[in-house]
Design a binder for this molecule. Structure first.
Ligand code: HEC
Length: 174
C-alpha cells in the first residue's frame, strides 16, 4: 500500500494543490490592488482639476486636502449654485449660503497666511455680505463678490482661476 511511489505522488499532489491555492489568492490580491490604484488615480485627477498643486507648484498630497482647500471646494460649489439660481431669476437666501470662515483654518501652504491675504479675505467678506443686503441687485453684487475670489486667487492660488472666471454673470465681471 504505502509504497515509496504512492508517498511521493501523495506529497506531489498536496504540493500542487497548495501552489494552486497560493496562485489564486495572489491573483485576487493583485486584482484588488489594481482596483485601488485606479481609484487613487481618479481621485488624483479630480483633485488636479482645481489643483492644490497649481496653487503652490509643490506636489502636496491631493488625497489629503487641508481644511482650507476643503472649505474652498464648498465655496466653489456654492458659487456654482448661486450662479444657476441667479440665471433662473431666483433670489439668493443668506440662510442657504452662510459665510464660510475659510481664513481661520489650516491651508496647504502656511506661507499664504500673511497680512495681504487677510486683507483680501476681509474685502471678500464685505462683498459677500453685500450680496444679501441688496436683494434687488444681487446679480451685480454677486459679480463683485466673485471678483473678490479672483483678486485673491491672482496672488495666492492661480490654479482654480480658470474655473472661477466662469462664475461671473454677463460679459463684464462688474
Ligand atoms: C483671501 C483669499 C481667497 C479668497 C477670497 C478666495 N480664495 Fe479660493 N483659495 C485661496 C487659497 C489660499 C487656496 C488654497 C487653499 C489650500 O490649498 O489650502 C484656495 C483654493 C481654492 C480652490 C481649490 C481647492 C482645492 O481643491 O484644492 C478653489 C476651487 C477655490 N479656492 C475657489 C474659490 C472661490 C469660488 C472663491 C470665492 C467665492 C474663493 N476661492 C475665494 C484663497 C482665496
Amino acid at each position: 500500500m504505502f509504497t515509496m511511489k504512492n508517498i511521493i505522488i501523495g506529497f506531489l499532489s498536496i504540493f500542487t494543490l497548495l501552489m494552486i491555492a497560493e496562485a489564486c489568492t495572489s491573483i485576487d490580491d493583485k486584482a484588488k490592488a489594481n482596483v485601488e490604484i485606479k481609484r487613487q488615480d481618479s481621485l488624483k485627477a479630480i483633485a488636479k482639476k482645481d489643483s492644490i498643486e497649481a496653487c503652490t507648484k509643490t506636489i502636496m498630497d491631493p488625497n489629503n486636502p487641508k481644511p482650507m482647500a476643503l472649505l474652498m471646494r464648498v465655496q466653489a460649489a456654492n458659487a456654482d449654485s448661486m450662479h444657476q439660481q441667479l440665471l433662473r431669476g431666483e433670489k439668493l437666501d443668506s440662510n442657504q449660503y452662510p459665510f464660510i470662515h475659510f481664513y481661520l483654518v489650516e491651508p496647504t501652504d502656511p506661507k499664504v497666511l500673511e497680512p495681504q491675504f487677510f486683507e483680501n479675505a476681509r474685502t471678500f467678506k464685505r462683498a459677500y455680505e453685500e450680496v444679501f443686503t441688496h436683494p434687488t441687485a444681487q446679480k451685480k453684487f454677486y459679480n463683485i463678490m466673485i471678483n473678490g475670489c479672483i483678486k485673491c486667487h491672482e496672488k495666492y492660488c492661480s490654479g482654480p482661476l480658470k474655473r472661477i472666471r466662469k462664475f461671473p454673470i454677463g460679459t463684464s465681471p462688474l
